[in-house]
Design a protein around this ligand. Sequence first.
Ligand code: MN
Length: 233
Amino acid sequence: MHLIGVTPTLDEQTGRITINQDYLDALRRAGALPVLLPLAEDTAAWEEMLRRVDGLLLSGGADLCPASYGEEPLPVCGETAPLRDAEELYLCRRALEMKKPLLAICRGHQVLNCALGGTLYQDIAAQYSDSISHPRHDTPRDPVHPVSVTPGSRLAAITGRSALQVNSRHHQAVKDLGRGLTVSARAEDGLIEAIEYPAAPFALGVQWHPEALSDRYAEAQALFNAFVEACGA
Ligand code: MN
């Protein structure tokens, strides 16, 4: 059974870590054994975690510190988690180097972009467009907007779809694409909703939350199935 390392959310004030059960359920349905990766503060521990897992899932959470992409925080930037940033940026870069399969969700998708030198909109409505409401935290487990899937992308191959209906729990988004990444889905307002790293055996980032759809929508579960399958290749 493939072991998938999952990064949880750390509340740096209280020291509590949390994870939505949906991530773990989606991985279990795909036949994998998820394990939570504790916060550590040294690269030796991060290396050991990566060595032991077959794949890495970067989960959702707080905003990245704008310093991660060379900007000062604007008032519209939300809460950040600097310790988690450091660990996840490291794990992401090393997973790509080690050719460990990577599934990066929401904040994780933004980590993937920034790990390769990309940048973010600190707030979509303030800096890009308010034509589609992306921070739809009112309906976290239901599709709220469509995305068009890039023909020929890994995402297209996995889902067999040219368009997907997705949920949307984000107020930030990818701005400039990181080195070597390609766009695999966009919203109707043009915003990047999924990215992939073709040089890796499997590295996919999605801005939505497929784990919260995967119990009812086969094309959402298909992402986890393809990811776990890649972990055994
Ligand atoms: Mn969205």
